[in-house]
Design a binder for this molecule. Structure first.
Ligand code: IYT
Ligand code: CU
Ligand code: CU
Length: 334
């Protein structure tokens, strides 16, 4: 395993402006099995850095997705590892989670995704006194035939991050709405989560990402204010799982608002499918990327409900079924 490429975040090249281009790439790897997930770590500095953009370098015929995580503690700090969601069999590197503590998704690339430039004056703070001490790149290698004989190619997929040490006036964060629970056999099941937002500062959501496995038809997210529902985002999780712009640009979240998400799961199988980490299991995730004025991002990063069959939106006092948008389970464009 090549360790020379595991540079620290601050060893970067100037881009002409105050921003530096920091390369976070696979160190010429040769995964041998389809659906291998590899992770490579990069340490954030003692001094805080501010990430304002992500430029992907990957080929969609080889890589299925790439995710950039912020970790308090990554599984490995000095080598690449196998960090698959799907418990993958043999591998020549160690296997473990992406982060062992404090995981946050900062960027997602899938299929036809392009660069992500955060809005003006907005950045993810990493290093320093932020809770992100390491930035980790995960690549899901879908098709590995080019790495096998007779081709024997090597891969250095990854992301160029735009980084500056000059503090930005607005800080980015990611909030995850997710459920536990299970999908009933031969049925449509709603997996729902809702949490009230009670912090003093205004949240400005600007992008969202959905994630589910095979049974997910549509994932939708909402702001509920005084009984009125406003869509944050709605997408088929079968489309590339990257961050998309929120439905209404400029939408805000204020104290007292409820954040709610639903995954509509369609199960034609004769088995109960529980939430879990393998492809045979399900997941119900709605990620909201937001900015706040100043330093104080939300101190809660997750809203996780018990999910079906024990928990639904109707268990929240302030949610009334007749106000739920009629298209909450409709795949956009159908
Ligand atoms: C059980 C479940 O829903 N897992 C999700 C959500 C999740 C995200 C993060 C769980 C943990 C995290 O640290 I960040 I523990 C899940 O694994 N989602 C996948 C990624 O692995 C994050 C996804 O693509 O959204
Ligand atoms: Cu993938
Ligand atoms: Cu998953």
């Amino acid at each position: 395993v090549c360790t020379a490429v595991l540079a620290v975040l601050t060893s970067a090249k100037p881009t002409g402006s105050e921003e530096m281009a920091v390369e976070l790439r696979m160190p010429e790897v040769q995964p041998k099995l389809h659906d291998t997930y590899l992770c490579v770590p990069m340490q954030a500095g003692k001094k805080a850095s501010y990430i304002t953009g992500f430029l992907p370098h990957a080929n969609s015929s080889t890589a299925h997705h790439m995710l950039i995580y912020g970790c308090a503690v990554p599984f490995k700090t000095d080598q690449i590892w196998n960090c698959g969601e799907m418990a993958s069999k043999n591998s020549d590197v160690e296997q473990g989670p992406v982060c062992t503590e404090g995981a946050k998704i900062l960027y997602a690339w899938a299929m036809d995704a392009t660069s992500l430039h955060l809005p003006k004056d907005v950045a993810f703070k990493v290093g320093g006194n932020s809770e992100i001490n390491w930035v980790v790149l995960q690549v899901h290698y879908k098709d590995v035939h080019l790495f096998l004989p007779p081709y024997n190619q090597k891969d250095h997929s990854g992301v160029t991050m735009l980084v500056t040490e000059t503090p930005k006036p607005k800080r980015a964060g990611v909030y995850l709405l997710a459920t536990d629970g299970e999908v009933a056999p031969n049925a449509v099941t709603y997996m729902e989560a809702a949490c009230s937002y009670e912090q003093p500062m205004t949240i400005h959501p600007f992008a969202y990402r959905t994630h589910a496995h095979d049974h997910g038809e549509v994932v939708s997210g909402y702001r509920v204010r005084n009984g009125q529902w406003t869509e944050l985002g709605r997408k088929s999780p079968k489309l590339p799982e990257m961050f998309y712009n929120v439905t209404h640009a400029g939408i805000t979240i204020l104290p007292g608002d409820i954040l709610a998400a639903r995954c509509t799961m369609v199960n034609h199988e004769n088995r109960t499918v529980a939430i879990g980490s393998t492809v045979k299991d399900e997941m119900c995730n709605f990620y909201l990327m937001y900015w706040v004025d100043g330093e104080d991002i939300m101190d809660e990063n997750y809203c996780v409900s018990p999910g079906p069959p024990s928990w639904y939106w109707s268990d929240v006092h302030a949610i009334h079924a007749e106000n739920v948008p009629a298209d909450a389970s409709v795949v956009p464009g159908t």
